[in-house]
Design a protein around this ligand. Sequence first.
Ligand code: GYE
Length: 321
Amino acid sequence: MLTGAVGAVVLTALTACGGGDGGSTAASGGDGTITMGFAQVGAESGWRTANTKSVQEAAEEAGIELKFSDAQQKQENQIKAIRSYIQQKVDVIAFSPVVETGWDTVLLEAKRAGIPVILTDRAVDSEDESLYETFLGSDFVEEGKKAGEWLVEEVGSEPTSVVELQGTTGAAPAIDRQEGFAEAVAGSPNIQVVASQTGDFTRTGGKQVMEAFLKSQPDIDVVYAHNDDMGLGAIEAIEAAGKVPGKDIKIITVDAVKDGMQALADGKINFIVECNPLLGDQLMELAEKVVAGEEVEKRVVTEETTFTQEQAVEALPTREY
Ligand code: GYE
């Protein structure tokens, strides 16, 4: 059963940062407005658009001055943006690392400049945890597991060929969603992932990779796409090949953004694992604490659910993103 709490988020000890909605910035230690530099990944998906909107609206509501940059999915652009925030002496830097590795140098520069860093949405793979204050985001391994567990239930002992549309190579959600899924289907030798390739989290990428898969793989039973957008691209490719998505080829995706949920309600997708992009409010709360020198949890995990086709029909009218 779906509750109204879909997408609700758990944050240890929410403090309301004193002072209503009048744009108070009490947490900044008395010296006026907090300035946050936010280095976004890009605008690759519906999830990302919703995430950006959430961050911008939450900053405005909290009275935090937001410097926003879009890295167009390129690590070098994100590194440039972070360096410019350091130069501008912002109070706090938040970013969603496009890939997991290669951040130590720039994060050390921020640390030396005394600017706290908050990771949001995606994690870095670094030995040195002192390079950031906290990581706010989903458990992507868990998401992959939920996708795999559904499939195991769904197909029983039927021989099942799966093709996987992976997210951006080297990105935390791509690595972890693959791992979680593989773990969940490991005990079912009838389920085989026969091909796996990146579609870069975009609709076009998903479509192109799926077109290639349809040519190279004679019997595809299931598509596992690391996000809705790639799944929606795959639907186009499947239909163009004269097959029926959701029936001839089943589709599992992650995110549960509106377009994905619509396709699920329409029967073209079979199952979606939710990944909540509405991280803005929590991010601003964490930023206020960090700037005020308060302790925060090193890891804040968002709480998420899953949707079947029937549940999508029910949830769609009130879906926020
Ligand atoms: O699933 C995908 C987006 O990092 C969780 O990035 C995010 C992922 C999301 O492009 O749609």
